[in-house]
Design a protein around this ligand. Structure first.
Ligand SMILES: Cc1cc2nc3c(=O)[nH]c(=O)nc-3n(C[C@H](O)[C@H](O)[C@H](O)COP(=O)(O)OP(=O)(O)OC[C@H]3O[C@@H](n4cnc5c(N)ncnc54)[C@H](O)[C@@H]3O)c2cc1C
Length: 429
């Protein structure tokens, strides 16, 4: 990997997501050598992926080049690599660009889409966990409509114009709302020779309400907003299979060329650690984020399962625990090299929010259960300040202001047409 030898202890961080990035930024690099590794050379702001998928934002406004965040920092090294294995005995990681010794290893690899073992759904469904996947989805929406314009086969046109979203959590709800806005306000102008009223957005949720984990007021408001926007809601409906044309459920079946799977995530585990330290695809960690049963290995963010009284199955797999664990672990690693004791992690729950569309959002913040315009303003403010980089904040803000006044989304481009066979490898990996 061409990392210089150093007399300082080497901290290797795998993953530059919310957790890894916040950790790397706050580590004291005068006392330790820091090596940050990620598959990509950019950080992805996942909460806004759905806006890229629905042509609201350009991908580069939710991505940030990692190297620019650590310009001129001494004892800091970044490498693009896919880490595939951990050799606990030798304290080494293996990757596609070679191996590297660590003194302390931090696993911050986040999570991936969970299809719960159904290979057919995995092969045929679209997911939205990365920028390339969001761009695929953007292409598919537009390609489907272009094909619907051309076909005389009514059944085929119906399939092409049916969009099924599986999962009624924040991702599914936000995506359904954005699809509905496209359908109701934008596509009729783009496709005057296609009857866009025949486009249908279906949101399928296995439970009996949307936004599990939110307040009753928030889930009811989200339901009402989506129904008013002409989204078809299918509660208590479990998708059993999908062959690329037909969605099989316990309740109502659909013909659809596009099914978007937003029904769950699982930790992105790297092989090598004992089975006893892994539960449900997450590393079991103590309150200092140390992985149980191994020395000098820590896990933070989505991939870490820290069981507490308030969260007996681990903290929710959302951004705030990842950010807060990254910062707390930085302080603790700085303490270790200064001979001071570590401080246990305490999660500060700042609340949950989801946006459904223009002037429509829900936000549970402590005892405040907000809906409507005010919640929407708070949602925008929180996402703007959380975006990494001043340029990204400005671009997102300008886009949102223009969209607000013009009721238009700017990036309805098929830059890279989507072909399912090109991504078939993902199931065989
Ligand atoms: C569509 C979507 C919407 C979301 N919306 C919200 C929201 O509104 N609010 C909220 O709080 N949370 C939201 N989340 C969840 C939130 O994004 C995650 O909880 C958060 O990103 C977790 O941070 P992390 O650092 O643990 O992992 P990530 O941010 O996923 O980062 C993991 C990093 O590790 C890298 N990596 C993985 N494996 C390897 C490997 N083997 N080798 C090298 N690099 C590797 C990846 O490239 C990635 O950069 C959303 C997630 C998605 C997908």
């Amino acid at each position: 990997m061409n990392i210089p030898d150093s007399s300082l202890p080497r901290v290797v961080i795998v993953g530059a997501g919310f957790a890894g990035l916040n950790l790397a930024k706050k580590l004291d690099k005068s006392k330790q050598q820091v090596v940050l590794i990620d598959k990509n050379n950019y950080h992805t702001f996942q909460p806004l992926l759905y806006q890229v998928a629905t042509a609201g934002l350009e991908p580069d406004s939710i991505a940030h080049a990692i190297r620019t965040l650590f310009k001129n920092e001494k004892n800091f090294h970044f490498r693009i690599a896919n880490v595939s294995h951990i050799e606990v005995e030798n304290k080494e990681i293996d990757s596609d660009i070679g191996s590297l010794h660590y003194d302390r290893l931090i696993i911050a690899t986040g999570s991936d889409t969970n299809y719960y073992g159904n290979k057919e759904i995995e092969f045929n469904a679209m997911s939205m966990k990365s920028i390339p996947e969001a761009l695929d989805l953007r292409s598919v929406i537009l390609q489907n409509l272009e094909m619907a314009l051309l076909t005389d086969d009514l059944a085929e046109r119906k399939r092409l114009m049916n969009f099924v979203i599986v999962g009624g959590g924040p991702t599914g709800v936000e995506l359904a709302g954005a699809f509905a806005e496209l359908k109701n306000h934008i596509l009729p102008n783009d496709y005057p020779d296609l009857d866009i009223r025949r486009m249908h957005v279906h949101l399928v949720q296995s439970g009996d309400h949307l936004l599990p984990g939110f307040s009753g007021k928030a889930s009811k408001a989200a339901e009402d907003y989506l129904l008013n926007m002409d989204v078809h809601l299918w509660l208590n409906t479990r998708v059993l299979n999908y062959d690329g044309k037909h969605v099989d459920t316990n309740n109502k079946d659909f013909d659809a060329t596009t099914l978007i799977w937003a029904a769950g995530v699982k930790g992105e585990i790297i092989s090598g650690l004992p089975e006893s330290s892994i539960e449900q695809n997450r590393y079991l960690v103590n309150t200092f984020n140390q992985v149980l049963g191994v020395e000098d290995i820590f896990a933070i963010g989505d991939v870490a399962c820290m069981k507490t009284e308030e969260n007996p199955r681990g903290h929710p797999m959302v951004a705030q625990p990842a950010i807060q664990q990254g910062k707390n672990l930085a302080r603790n690693l700085n303490h270790i090299v200064s001979g001071r004791p570590m401080r246990p992690f305490k999660y500060h729950d700042k609340g949950s929010m989801a946006t459904i569309g223009r002037n429509k959002a829900v936000a549970d913040i402590g005892n405040m259960k907000l809906t409507g315009w005010f919640a929407w303003i708070i949602w925008m403010f929180v996402h703007l300040v959380s975006l990494v980089g001043f340029r990204n904040k400005m671009i997102a803000l300008v886009n949102w202001v223009i969209q607000y006044f013009q009721y238009n989304k700017s990036v309805r481009l098929i830059i890279r047409p989507y072909h399912r066979e090109n991504v078939a490898h993902k199931v065989n990996d």
